[in-house]
Write a protein that binds this ligand. Structure first.
Ligand code: LHQ
Length: 263
């Protein structure tokens, strides 16, 4: 599939996905979401992809749903937004959370509405110093989607999440880091290279182990301790059978750097 609204580039085992409608702050159209779904399938299917870097072109990361597509044409019947969410954002968030490869998100500017929650669905979320996050939904009479009501309270606590979601206040990158919403903040002019370095580093790591970590963390918040201990045993069993585990221990014993193949 040819892409018009995103860019896809694979180098050094890192698939870089760039949201590309800079004149509209990379707001999400039906066309962009179709391309993102296709890109997620490619990422999942291609063993050459060992990490993903998601970012935006221009001065924004993503301003959420393109509001030009959110209302009925010619004053017709109201659009079923639930159906849009089910068909568009939900599969994207499920893909980001369930593809067992690390997703680095480089938030290069404002991330608003669904754009904020797409960003937060990454595994390692970093931002440029001038980036910001806005749970913009309530400003236009909507509710947070794209996993926001599940993820944000887990990241920052219920009190902060409800304040941020009801008031739709803008959170600057450094505040987002301080409250545990994101992992790190870099200077704007080095963000892309710093985020890429993280993605390249992850792409050289034992991919299966990273995928199993992701699987464990996905379960962590609704399991009790006993269920999670059982899951950890299962995940460790799977990790123990990987070639990369053999290589990791062998390299340690031989006092050399390991070379992981993601198997
Ligand atoms: C936009 C947008 C945008 C279109 C900037 N759409 N053009 C799910 C299911 C179905 C339906 C509904 O929604 C959802 C989930 C959601 O995501 S709801 C939340 C949707 N997003 C928003 O409400 C955010 C709207 N945007 C803004 O509040 C501002 O643009 C922010 C704060 C992001 C940035 O402000 P500024 O830096 O002042 O930029 P700007 O407002 O001047 O925008 C620049 C251009 O981008 C402008 O176009 P123009 O042709 O006038 O230059 C905007 O109209 C356009 N744009 N966001 N979501």
């Amino acid at each position: 599939m040819d892409y018009e609204f995103i860019r896809y580039d694979l180098q050094e085992r890192v698939a870089t996905l760039t949201l590309h409608r800079p004149e509209k702050l990379n707001s999400v159209t039906r066309g962009m979401i179709r391309e993102l779904h296709d890109a997620m399938r490619r990422i999942d299917d291609d063993d050459a992809v060992r990490a993903v870097l998601l970012t935006g072109a221009g001065r924004a990361f993503c301003a959420g749903q393109d509001l030009g597509e959110a209302l009925p044409e010619n004053g017709g019947e109201a659009v079923d937004l639930g159906a849009i969410v089910q068909e568009t954002y939900n599969p994207l968030i499920r893909a980001m959370r369930h593809i067992e490869k690390p997703f680095v998100v480089a938030v290069n500017g404002v991330a608003a509405g669904a754009g904020a929650n797409i960003a937060l669905a990454g595994d390692v979320v970093v931002a440029g110093a001038s980036a910001s996050f806005i749970q913009a939904f309530s400003k236009i009479g909507l509710v947070p989607d794209s996993g926001g009501t599940w993820l944000l309270p887990r990241l920052v606590g219920l009190g902060r999440a409800s304040g941020l979601m009801m008031l739709a206040d803008k959170v600057e990158a450094e505040d987002a880091r301080a409250m545990g919403m994101i992992y790190a903040v870099y200077p704007d002019d080095t963000l892309q290279q710093d985020a890429r370095a993280l993605a390249v580093r992850l792409a050289q790591m034992p991919t299966k182990s990273l995928g199993l970590i992701k699987r464990g963390l996905n379960q962590a918040f609704h399991h009790g301790l006993d269920e999670q201990l059982d899951l950890e045993a299962d995940l460790q069993r799977a990790a123990g059978y990987t070639a990369d585990f053999q290589e990791g221990v062998q390299a340690f014993l031989e006092k050399r750097a390991p070379t992981y193949e993601g198997r």
